[in-house]
Ligand binder design. Structure first.
Ligand SMILES: C[S@@+](CC[C@H](N)C(=O)[O-])C[C@H]1O[C@@H](n2cnc3c(N)ncnc32)[C@H](O)[C@@H]1O
Length: 218
């Protein structure tokens, strides 16, 4: 299927509210499990950077799963961050998770290097995919672990329709449209491998981990 890009930042009020209120229990908890499995040597304490954190659901899950760690999330969408900060306060995690406005590749994070850099569901939004890989190189400490997950573009319109029906059937219209557009904008595993080679990150591994996700790790 031909790739159709979608806008970078998620800033529409309805879109942001629907995304922040969506039930991502299954894929986001799977992200944490994959992190434990693929990066089993994470120390008791450290600093993690979440690139394109959105409302911070994964940052909160990470903070709960790894109680010795601090997490900084970066996102270019102020409405996402506003909702995220309210969710952090409700979860009582503000002392361990910070969310910051940063439109990649510009802007800065609070620290110059992190012990872990991760990202979920962001690559397919970027006008230039190299921005994500350069950001990972910029903020990772030497040899530090990296985990990136995103959607996998389906092979056909039929498969796209099946995925939307299976995973988004009961969602509000705005979320179903987002999911459809995101699947169209997503990369295939071979395209991600080419991006990693171009970025000098060929040591990272690419793996298809579900019928709609790939994982980059190392
Ligand atoms: C699909 S959401 C994923 C949010 C979060 N990672 C998650 O898994 O729930 C994509 C996020 O990436 C952000 N984003 C897209 N392009 C960006 C860029 N160039 N710089 C910073 N954030 C960006 C969007 O604003 C949005 O919040």
């Amino acid at each position: 299927m031909e790739r159709i890009p979608e806008p970078e930042l998620m800033t529409g009020a309805e879109q942001v509210a629907a995304y922040a209120g969506a039930d991502f229990e299954q894929p986001h908890q799977r992200f944490i499990e994959l992190l434990r499995e693929r990066c089993p040597a994470l120390p008791e304490a450290g600093t993690a950077l979440d690139l394109g954190c959105g409302p911070g659901d994964i940052a909160c899950r990470f903070a709960r799963a790894f109680p010795g760690w601090q997490v900084h999330g970066l996102d270019g969408s102020l409405p996402m961050l506003q909702i995220g900060k309210r969710m952090l306060a409700a979860a009582g995690l503000e002392h361990r998770v910070g969310l910051y406005h940063c439109h990649l590749p510009d802007g800065a994070a609070p620290l110059s290097r992190y012990d872990l850099v991760y990202s979920n569901s962001v690559l397919h939004h970027l006008e230039q995919p190299a921005v994500l890989w350069r950001s990972i190189a910029r903020w990772s400490r030497a040899g530090g672990p990296v985990l990136v997950m995103d959607l996998l573009r389906p092979e056909s319109e039929q498969e796209l329709a099946r995925l939307v029906s299976e995973y988004s059937r009961n969602d509000p219209e705005v979320l179903r449209t987002d999911f459809t557009n995101s699947l169209r904008a997503a990369y295939r595993a071979d395209e991600v491998r080419e991006q990693l080679e171009a970025a000098g990150l060929e040591r990272l591994r690419v793996e298809v981990v579900s019928d709609r996700h790939w994982l980059v790790w190392g």
